[in-house]
Design a protein around this ligand. Structure first.
Ligand code: GLY
Ligand code: MN
Ligand code: MN
Length: 461
């Protein structure tokens, strides 16, 4: 039985805020969470609820749906009565013996403080009744949904409403369409509440502990998956789960951005890049460190670490209300380009290199992304005018510059090829600037060497 992780009043406030987007007597919101997914044949992936559904309901069981609308009778933007219904899988003695407890219809109604609840299999009737009875005369009804993320739910919903399109309905207003509402929820998810920040802190703290274990434990000869186990053991021990597949990459594997095989052996003198993050009560963290397998960086490795650290510092200094991620990315790119010029890997005017995108061979990704319930949190990057969003207190994002030289990269001399460095931390914007939620983890070459020398039994002299 998965409880609601926040107070019922928080979910109710979120639903109220969300409902302001809906026109009373016209709009119905249909928000799905996914069913269990087959991994292969008779096995399933661990279930993970849809975050937008979870944000508004708190309900974490598979194959559920939220219906929400505002009754007519109050002008748009003013409060009118919100009707909130939950459709869930019913209690089922046999299924519960196999798969565990279900709240069922009555349990879900009570848990979520819904006006009503129904068996998921009645969704068709629920929506068709709504379309026939609720929209006010003269208003063409609209359905707002997250079904665009789930082809099977989109098809399901299309079939449910197929007879409500013109020309079938001569007596009542035909459906205007099924529209996406995820951007409205994404906008609310951008600024974290104090309860959410607490969970983000907890997630970050667990992740810092996990990365410390890796720094303490790696040594030449170890398999990448053994380092993965050191990190993920800390996640599980603390009631957290992986937020994404851990990237444990030794040597030139570190140049592959989403390397996931984790099956190579670490060799003396190599760099080991670990990008691992956990999810605690549905809130994520995302950290990358690049470690010397032998406890000491070579001159070339250190040079790259120093440039990437400087790029991180550029981002940290700019992290404050009013700034934008786009501007931070530009400045971080400039710092990396300057560093590459110092190493004689690039030449020319920094701004010209940045505009041409020449540096993207070595820095092919962005500097960061929103972080929250999703690792790449599903929040907008642009404001309503199409300009980069300005940072505000309570927003959380990653800062993760990197430099990568593929092992067959002909534009650099051989000694650089196969090196990959990324450093990633999680930043909360505060009224005074920022707080690094993952501050306590060594990040620079000097800090990491010092820590590994003290804590890793393989490197004590
Ligand atoms: N771990 C994925 C990322 O850093 O974006
Ligand atoms: Mn990231
Ligand atoms: Mn990452």
């Amino acid at each position: 039985m998965i409880p609601l992780f926040f107070k019922k009043s928080l979910y109710s406030k979120r639903r109220k805020d969300f409902s302001e987007n809906l026109e009373p007597g016209r709009d119905l919101c249909v928000l799905f969470t996914q069913p269990e997914r087959t991994r292969s044949f008779d096995g399933h992936f661990p279930f993970r609820p849809d975050n937008n559904f979870l944000y508004l309901t708190g309900f974490a069981e598979p194959q559920s749906v939220m219906l929400l609308w505002r009754e007519d009778g109050a002008p748009r933007g003013k409060s009118s009565k919100i009707i909130f219904k939950m459709g869930v899988l019913p209690r089922d003695r046999t299924m519960e013996q196999w798969n565990g407890y279900r709240y069922g219809v009555e349990g879900a109604k009570k848990l979520c403080e819904a006006n009503d609840a129904f068996d998921f299999s009645e969704l068709k009737t629920q929506i068709q009744n709504w379309l026939s009875q609720v929209p006010s005369p003269g208003k063409r009804p609209r359905i707002f949904s997250n079904c665009f993320e789930y082809p099977e739910w989109k098809i399901h919903l299309d079939r449910i409403v197929e007879n409500f399109h013109p020309p079938h309905r001569s007596k009542i207003q035909p459906l205007e369409g099924i529209l996406d509402c995820r951007h409205w929820i994404g906008k609310s998810r951008l600024v974290k509440s104090k309860e959410e920040i607490e969970n983000m802190r907890k997630s970050s703290d667990i992740n810092v502990q996990a990365h410390l274990e890796v720094m303490k434990g790696i040594r030449p000869g170890m398999m990448e998956y053994e380092a993965q186990a050191l990190a993920e053991n800390v996640f599980v021990k603390n009631g957290a789960a992986n937020a994404y597949n851990s990237i444990c990459a030794t040597g030139s594997n570190a140049t592959i951005l989403h390397y996931n095989f984790n099956s190579s052996r670490m060799k003396e003198g190599q760099l080991f890049l670990i990008d691992a993050g956990c999810e605690y009560q549905f809130f994520t963290s995302d950290i990358t460190r690049t470690l010397p397998v032998s406890g000491k960086y070579s001159d070339k490795q250190r040079a790259l670490m120093e440039i990437v650290s400087a790029a991180q510092q550029t981002a940290f200094k700019m992290s404050k209300p009013g700034q934008s991620l786009a501007k931070i990315h530009e400045s971080v790119s400039d710092t990396l380009i300057d560093g590459l010029k110092d190493l004689k890997i690039m030449k020319g005017k920094t701004s010209a290199i940045r505009s041409s995108g020449e540096h993207r061979v070595y820095y092919p990704h962005g500097t960061g992304h929103w972080l929250g319930m999703d690792v790449h949190d599903a929040c907008p990057y642009l404001d309503s005018k199409g300009n980069p969003l300005k940072l505000e207190t309570g927003m959380i994002f990653t800062v993760e510059p990197g430099l990568y030289f593929l092992k067959d990269e002909k534009s650099v001399s051989e000694e650089w090829r196969g090196l990959g460095v990324r450093i990633e931390d999680d930043i909360l914007i505060t009224s005074r600037g920022y707080e690094n939620l993952t501050e306590d983890l060594p990040r620079t070459a000097n800090e990491i060497e010092k820590f590994m020398k003290r804590k890793n039994s393989s490197f004590q002299s």
